[in-house]
Design a protein around this ligand. Structure first.
Ligand code: HEM
Length: 146
């Protein structure tokens, strides 16, 4: 099994962790926008889990990108449009920035309502961009096969 298939499969699987923790973070933070709840340890945990899964995905993506570059494997040769490769990389970096902002700005906010707002808005944006960045024509689950 090549390193390409290993990295590609891990990158494929971690995408589901990103989506799962993103949805969980939204489910925990959206109800707090009304202003009557306290931002507690469970909310912090899901926001951190979302950020961590995105950071891991970014790292795997960068390794994959470097590897396909070194091996002269054309990345996203099967993409429906030529620019998809750069959209994917650009959106991936933006998703990592937004998921980080969800954590840091919700920590910095003075009120509980401000924490919920920062977490929900930046997580929501990161999640929408994740859905746009994913090459949905690829296998939904790649278990170490080409
Ligand atoms: C959170 C953001 C990201 C998500 C959700 C995501 C998701 C995916 C998915 C589902 C695939 C298809 C895997 C497969 O074919 O089994 C893929 C492929 C790939 N991604 Fe990402 N990705 C993200 C960020 C990045 C970043 C930041 C980079 C590079 C810096 C990157 C580089 C790649 C490369 C090189 C491929 C393989 C292209 C090929 O095999 O032709 N990804 N990505």
């Amino acid at each position: 099994m090549s390193l390409y298939v290993i990295l590609l499969s891990l990158h494929n699987i971690v995408r589901w962790l990103v989506l799962l923790f993103g949805v969980l973070a939204l489910v925990r933070t959206l109800p707090g926008l009304g202003g009557r709840r306290a931002f507690g340890a469970t909310e912090r945990r899901v926001v951190v889990m979302f950020m961590s899964s995105v950071h891991l995905q970014l790292l795997l993506g960068l390794l994959l990108f470097a590897y396909v570059g070194m091996q002269n494997i054309p990345a996203f040769a099967d993409a429906p449009r030529a620019g998809f490769r750069w959209e994917h990389v650009g959106l991936g970096v933006l998703i990592a920035v937004f998921a980080t902002l969800a954590n840091t700005l919700s920590k910095r906010a003075a009120s509980d309502q401000g924490k919920f707002r920062a977490a929900a808005v930046w997580t929501g944006l990161a999640l929408v961009l994740s859905l746009a960045a994913i090459p949905w024509w690829r296998p939904l689950l790649r278990l170490f096969t080409t």
